[in-house]
Design a protein around this ligand. Structure first.
Ligand code: KG4
Length: 339
């Protein structure tokens, strides 16, 4: 089944052509350079740039896949969650294609597609498994009961892990996108030099809290600048990275043990983090757990993962019509197949 898929939830305009889990093309037009001077994504600029890019990106996806529009069986699109103006560009473009080609329209939840990024290169992975999904806006531990049914067992109560990385990187004067840069320059952590907190949520085994950690770094940097002392940026970056990984790893393995999973997956932009991947690999080896994570090129936002998840949503009968709207906030386990 040939699906054309569209992703425009944040700052990448991406269109892919997929056939089941197989990727025929995956074109990503990133807006990073435009947002860099502002130190983060400016929603209005993101929407405008999606509008400018989407037709050309779509044509390129079709020609790279060596097909024509008439070969398409369905259109899949990220409809939630994300920046509302940005999502609307993809949703409206997808609706137009679906109507003009008279093919089904498949709404895809952004976090479900991040999890589906794992299916692309891993033929053997199938639900059920446990997944830690960590991105710029979300940090959740979910049971993936089957391809379209998810159970949230832990989530952040304030900032997402990616947001914590991005904001601390910004406080350290590192360029956007901060998480990536922080990961690159981090050396060896030193908790004696930089005693960062380990925030915990009371009466909750699997939930996260990252805002206290972020504030601690911001305060540390401000205090140093007021006193005129220097921050050892690579060491502080490594200490933050280590602390974020501690929290993600501890809660994930508590969940693995409690629910007895033998298969674990990582997903979302932060799953590209080098320490997270290395430590998760080590921990899984020790416990004899099979670990999956997406190839680096599928960790960030891309339409290939939307097409793969779209395929499973289609098999489950989760379709939309021309009334489909974009939704800024929606949990991964939303009820109601047809949006
Ligand atoms: O999944 P994603 O591309 O977009 C969302 O759906 O949010 O995630 C973007 C987030 C950003 O916060 C970015 O800084 C973070 O993923 N990120 C990383 C790394 N690569 C991307 N964080 C830490 N280490 C990385 N290597």
């Amino acid at each position: 089944m040939i699906i054309l898929s569209i992703e425009s939830s944040c700052d990448e305009t991406s269109v892919a052509v997929t056939n089941g889990r197989h990727i025929l093309s995956n074109i990503v037009a990133t807006q990073i350079e435009k947002h860099r001077i502002f130190g983060g994504v400016v929603p209005e600029i993101a929407s405008r740039m999606h509008t400018e890019a989407i037709s050309a990106v779509c044509d390129e996806a079709i020609s790279t896949a060596k097909i024509t529009y008439s070969d398409l069986d369905a259109v899949a699109v990220t409809f939630a969650p994300g920046l509302i103006g940005a999502l609307l560009v993809g949703v409206n473009f997808a609706k137009g294609l679906s109507m003009s080609l008279n093919i089904p329209l498949i709404p895809v939840h952004h976090l479900r597609s991040h999890i589906a990024a794992n299916y692309i290169e891993n033929d053997t992975l199938e639900p059920p498994f446990l997944c830690l999904t960590v991105s710029g806006g979300n940090s959740i531990i979910t049971k993936v009961n089957d391809y379209t049914h998810f159970e949230i067992i832990g989530s952040t109560k304030d900032d997402a892990a990616g947001e914590c990385f991005d904001k601390t990187a910004r406080a350290l004067g590192l360029p956007y996108p901060g998480g990536v840069t922080l990961d690159k320059i981090a050396t060896v952590p030193d908790f004696k030099k930089y005693p960062l907190p380990y925030p915990k949520i009371e009466n909750s085994e699997f939930d996260f809290s990252f805002s206290g950690l972020k504030t601690a770094v911001v305060n540390l940097v401000h205090n140093a600048s007021q006193k005129g002392t220097e921050i050892d940026i690579p060491v502080l970056a490594a200490t933050v990275r280590c602390r974020v990984c501690d929290m993600l790893i501890d809660n994930t393995f508590k969940a693995v043990e409690k629910y007895g999973f033998k298969t674990l997956a990582l997903a979302g932009g932060v799953s590209a983090n080098s320490e997270l991947r290395a430590r998760m690999t080590q921990e899984c080896k020790k416990r004899n757990i099979k670990l999956y994570y997406p190839e680096l090129k599928y960790c960030g936002d891309n339409a290939a993962m939307v097409g793969v998840q779209g395929y499973y949503e289609y098999l489950d009968g989760n379709m939309a019509d021309e009334s489909l709207n974009a939704i800024a906030t929606l949990p991964i386990n939303y009820s109601g197949g047809n949006i």
